[in-house]
Design a protein around this ligand. Sequence first.
Ligand SMILES: NC(=O)c1ccc[n+]([C@@H]2O[C@H](COP(=O)([O-])OP(=O)(O)OC[C@H]3O[C@@H](n4cnc5c(N)ncnc54)[C@H](OP(=O)(O)O)[C@@H]3O)[C@@H](O)[C@H]2O)c1
Length: 263
Amino acid sequence: MKTEKLALITGGSGGLGAKLACELAKKGYQPVLVGRSEERLRAAAMDCGGEIFVCDLSKREECEHLYEAFRRRPVQILINCAGFGVYGSFAATSLDEEMEMAAVNCMAVHVLTKLFLPDMERRGGSILNVASSAGLVPGGPYMAAYYATKAYVVSLTRGIEEELRARRSRAYVGAFCPGPVNTGFFDRAGISASVGSADPDKTARAAIRGMEKRKSLIVPGASNAMTYFAARILPSALILAVNRRIQQKKGQGREDAKEEKKR
Ligand SMILES: NC(=O)c1ccc[n+]([C@@H]2O[C@H](COP(=O)([O-])OP(=O)(O)OC[C@H]3O[C@@H](n4cnc5c(N)ncnc54)[C@H](OP(=O)(O)O)[C@@H]3O)[C@@H](O)[C@H]2O)c1
């Protein structure tokens, strides 16, 4: 009989999460897609032959419930992919929305990593935390809180990874830091998609490759790698100023599109 190998993917109802689930299914894992929208989860599960688990990850008790539901099953991979961005001047964005974002992007990643890691250390297993290139730069004007959540994910993951490495743990944790990817992320954030956004299928494959190589930080694509390199060698003030212009344009692009629709 074939042994069950489960891969839990939060944010599996669409975008990158759904693509990651399909890639893992091709490698013989049974994907479990986690998200809030049952309808979208079902549609994504049809594509990859996975199970679904409906759950609002902005609530700690629902993260704990997810763990309780799967702790006795052979979860070999956990990908914390659920997340979203809030766009706008920090003075104008909604505090409630930002607190929800911090809960999904940081709290859920933290709680699920904390809960699943001991089992993975015992049995072997991998946790991939989806951060962003946003987490590798000094800050993101007009998406300040989003960038901060991703810096949290990178820092948390790399700290844990070093602890695991030092004690030769059987478990792996890594942070995945893509640049812009062509998904529903931009609509949700209310901004226009970046020119040259990466293909989600390719991005998902890069994530899985990096995870298989047990890389602590996975930065896919040449331009993204360049950004990361630049952020380490150039003055922070310069990076922030350039990023401010880029972010302003993304918001402006959306305003222009709205005006165009009205006409
Ligand atoms: N697209 C990009 O340019 C880009 C770049 C770098 C990093 N990322 C990161 O990649 C990850 C996936 O984003 P994406 O691009 O695939 O965007 P997406 O298409 O908007 O998908 C976001 C996913 O997060 C889930 N989600 C949001 N809030 C949730 C909640 N409260 N509880 C459970 N699930 C929730 C959504 O499912 P439901 O709506 O069903 O709940 C959906 O499956 C995010 O962490 C994002 O920050 C994206």
